[in-house]
Design a protein. Structure first.
Length: 422
């Protein structure tokens, strides 16, 4: 899936000096001088969308006061949007093929920002691009979830994996897509920040040894029990690549990064602390050392209280809450963990029930039900130091009209609550 981007440029014939018996200095107007000047100017020129007009999401992620709660949605780009389905049909590309072209990625990333009043875009990509960069084949046949047709069978398969990955080479198309997205956000005057992301190492490991999101779900636990040292070696390599990948996204222009530990359902708490936690902690430590002002969001899905506590202890700014607990419970959990260390609790994100957005009236909720759920959610979390989102991602059967109503209602209700507090 990954495509390498050539970082070299060839000189045009006009830029090559004729052969002479002695060296000749380039004139002030020579192509070589002009090219050097252009390169220097490009290096100092601010990147596109460097300071989004709507920075509510960034300020909330840092714990600063806002006038309304920002909102974005897991899987906000993609198959629930008719324009996405039309774009796929027009291009004749499937999901994985779209990810290879930065212009396709930019188009898909921006589609929800054109339709909804969301407060951020998120890079249109997949959690397994790092696995692919490490020589693991990934497939996504319709209706079967993610498949890794040749998972790692045992420690002997470590030879299939590189010691490290040059992300500018193997994942250069993603890094270029970040720049393309920001150029498009600026050109279309959308004025919102861009979120970068990566899967966390345990989630990547889960797929690389199990091969499927729906089958062999015990393979990861079995690997850790039978091959603990080999498991740690793979996780360590993955952690290094995740750090470099997120670092490259930030350098390319994303305004914050989200780390998805999406497969905590398939790891118990002791193994999470022994195998997964050291990885997410090293990611936070390294990214914060390199980019101290860039908000770091974490999601340990299905891990409940211990996942939230682990993310906060590790140094993440925003802890994502799924449907496992309510907002006030999550706040209390984080306050207790922070107090034990003599610190302050971080920010939170979550956790609207996407079932209410189903386009089938018998399965989804009406506007009254959606607004009631929004009021309950924001009432539990509180409108400050909070990013509204879903408890799990959009699946494709949602009504865009209901999604739009959800986004607008979150803004309206949070504005009311914040105004009432003044």
């Amino acid at each position: 899936m990954s495509a390498s981007l050539s970082m070299s440029a060839t000189l045009s014939p006009a830029a090559v000096a004729p052969r002479v018996s002695a060296p000749r200095r380039a004139s002030a107007r020579s192509p070589l001088r002009l090219r050097a000047a252009q390169t220097a100017e490009a290096a100092t020129k601010p990147s596109a969308n460097a300071k989004p007009a709507n920075d509510t999401m960034i300020r909330a992620a840092k714990g600063e006061k806002v006038d309304r709660t920002p909102v974005w949605l897991f899987r906000q780009a993609g198959r629930h949007l008719p324009e996405y389905m039309a774009y796929k049909e027009t291009t004749g590309k499937n999901f994985l093929e779209l990810l290879k072209d930065p212009k396709d990625v930019a188009e898909c990333t921006l589609q929800p920002a054109r339709r909804y009043d969301i407060d951020a875009c998120i890079l249109f990509s997949d959690i397994l691009v790092i696995a692919e960069a490490m020589n693991i084949d990934v497939e996504m046949p319709g209706g079967k979830g993610i498949l890794v047709p040749h998972p790692l069978a045992g420690p002997e398969d470590l030879s299939r994996l590189p010691e490290t990955v040059d992300v500018q080479d193997k994942l250069g198309h993603v890094i270029e897509a970040v720049k393309e997205i920001n150029r498009a956000i600026e050109a279309e005057n959308l004025g919102v920040p861009l979120i970068g992301f990566s899967a966390a190492p345990w989630t990547l490991f889960y797929y690389m040894v199990g091969g499927s999101s729906k089958k062999n779900t015990d393979a990861g636990k079995r690997w850790m029990a039978e091959h603990p040292e080999a498991s740690r070696e793979i996780l360590d390599r993955l952690t290094t690549v995740v750090i470099d990948y997120l670092d490259a996204q930030i350098n390319a222009g994303v305004h914050m990064v989200q780390v998805f530990e999406a497969m905590c359902e398939h790891i118990d708490e002791p193994d999470f602390h022994e195998f997964a936690y050291p990885c997410i902690e090293r990611i936070a430590r390294e990214i914060k050392a390199r980019h101290p002002d860039v908000p770091l969001l974490g999601f340990a899905r299905d891990a409940g209280a211990y996942g939230l506590e682990a993310l906060q202890k590790a140094g993440y700014d925003v802890m994502t809450v799924d449907r496992v607990m309510a907002g006030d419970e999550a706040r209390a959990c984080l306050a207790k963990e922070a107090a034990a260390r003599g610190g302050e609790p971080g920010q939170v994100q979550g956790n609207f029930n996407p079932d209410l957005l189903h386009k089938d009236p018998e399965k989804g909720g009406d506007e009254a039900a959606i607004e009631a759920a929004v009021r309950e959610m924001i009432g539990a979390f509180g409108p400050q130091k909070y990013i509204a989102n879903l408890g799990s991602g959009l699946m494709g059967w949602e009504s865009p009209e209901k999604v739009a109503f959800l986004v607008d209602t979150i803004h309206k209700v949070s504005e009311e609550m914040i105004a009432a507090e003044k």
